[in-house]
Design a protein around this ligand. Sequence first.
Ligand SMILES: Nc1nc2c(ncn2[C@@H]2O[C@H](COP(=O)(O)OP(=O)(O)OP(=O)(O)O)[C@@H](O)[C@H]2O)c(=O)[nH]1
Length: 197
Amino acid sequence: MIAIILAGGKSSRFGSPKALATIEGEVFYEKIIQTLNQTNLFEKVVISSSDDLKDSFNNYQDIVVDLPEYENNGPLGGIYSVMKKYDTECYFVIACDTPKITEKAISYLYQFFISRVMEEQLDIAGYEVDGKKMPTLAFYSHRVEEDIKDALDQEEFRMKKIYQNKPSQWLNVEFVNDPTNWYQNINYIEDLEKNEL
Ligand SMILES: Nc1nc2c(ncn2[C@@H]2O[C@H](COP(=O)(O)OP(=O)(O)OP(=O)(O)O)[C@@H](O)[C@H]2O)c(=O)[nH]1
């Protein structure tokens, strides 16, 4: 299994590359790499980056730059570029702006996903918060790769188009017995300031 940290995009709401921001003294992407490694679930942890940010990750060795034909296509372009480069059964996708993700939350979702994906009952399992699905905090089977390519080729960049057409399930974040807001998305600098109050 491969983990994909989505770290491209424009970060226009945040104002500077979100992956490189810090929370509680740790750089977002480094904190996420550490958490992913603690799970012992992944043979590889890949940073999915745009071409202009690729040299910003302190010489990290597993960086996949968005394919030129799918540049600036949002998260789907990043996910597809990694899937195309590395073939494996399953992928875990996590946005770099969810730095508080925990080992417990990843393991819980994995337990739910793994038997169902092997039995071909499911292709996607992710979390949802207040009824809002978080497709950038989810496991995907390799069976979605072609669907993503087709969507991108039709200039359809919404993740919804993928999960609506494949067997998917969404677990409420409250199922994970953890009172912290580990699933918090940081899109604005104010989100970070709120967190540090
Ligand atoms: N590799 C890659 N990742 C992306 C791309 N666009 C967005 N992401 C990542 O996908 C996640 C969700 O991105 P968004 O917050 O929706 O978009 P953003 O461009 O980062 O930020 P805004 O400009 O504020 O919308 C983040 O982790 C981004 O780093 C892209 O084109 N390529």
